[in-house]
Design a protein around this ligand. Structure first.
Ligand code: GLP
Length: 241
């Protein structure tokens, strides 16, 4: 695990550099996209490089980490719409090249199996962007998640629903109770993991991620077993290291 401590803007550039290097070496690369506030500066930087430097995503594909269950198709906080707004619509992905778990499927179990198959059929994820929850969750793998888990339906914790209420008019009752999420084993199958965390609120989670014992109670700690992880943190998020 490589840990880089730098100011936020620098972290976004480092992550964008890794994605750019991958796309220039392999234009058909498969990217893993995350929602949350942590990757937003990376997406801004990629959009800028697309516009100003011709960085192309035209032959690339991308898979999202997770999705709320049951949010209406046009809801702005549906992760499919968030990813479309924050990155997909700002670069030149081909139609259909960005996929996510189907949180509106009638048969969510089949939808999760289909999603796992789609990732495998694409050849797996080359570079996965990750954030981390204050409770150490990655994607929506909450504390207690099996370290061997695959894409499945999960119940969100009270903590995560409180953390995410800021996207729902600060009203926790509007935050969905369930989600579909790639499992920890799904994420671990990506060839390079790039995790971003900023701010003091993430300090304990980052401490556990880097220095804690591997435990389902801090799901991100499973990343210690991955051969190629880059952890990008600012001073505040690194304050407990
Ligand atoms: C959400 C997402 C995660 C994200 C986490 C942290 O619950 N499902 O993928 O990493 O929250 O979000 P943020 O980056 O906004 O702190």
């Amino acid at each position: 695990m490589e840990v880089v401590i730098a100011p936020g803007a620098e972290l976004a550039r480092i992550a964008a550099d890794a994605i750019e290097a991958l796309l220039r070496a392999r234009p058909t690369a498969v990217l893993g996209l995350a929602t949350g506030s942590s990757p937003l500066a990376v997406y801004d930087e990629l959009a800028r490089r697309h516009t100003e430097q011709g960085l192309s995503f035209a032959r690339a594909r991308a898979f999202m980490l997770d999705e709320y269950v049951g949010l209406p198709a046009e809801h702005p906080e549906r992760y499919r719409n968030v990813i479309e707004k924050e990155i997909a619509s700002r670069v030149d992905f081909a139609p259909g090249a960005v996929q996510g778990p189907d949180g509106l499927a009638d048969d969510v179990i089949a939808a999760c199996a289909d999603y796992e198959r789609a990732i495998t059929d694409a050849g797996g994820v080359d570079l996965q962007i990750l954030g981390i929850g204050t409770d150490g969750h990655v994607a929506f793998n909450e504390p207690g998640s099996s370290l061997a888990s695959r894409t499945r339906i999960k119940t969100l914790t009270r903590q995560t629903r409180e953390d995410n209420a800021r996207f729902f008019d600060d009203d926790i009752t509007q935050v969905p109770e369930h989600c579909l999420t790639q499992g920890l084993a799904t994420i671990m199958a990506a060839r390079h993991l790039v995790l971003l965390a900023t701010g003091r609120g993430k300090a304990e989670a980052v401490h556990q991620l880097v220095e804690g014992p591997v435990s389902a109670m801090w799901p991100a700690t499973v990343l210690q077993h991955h051969p190629h992880v880059t952890v990008l943190v600012d001073d505040a998020a690194a304050s407990r290291l």
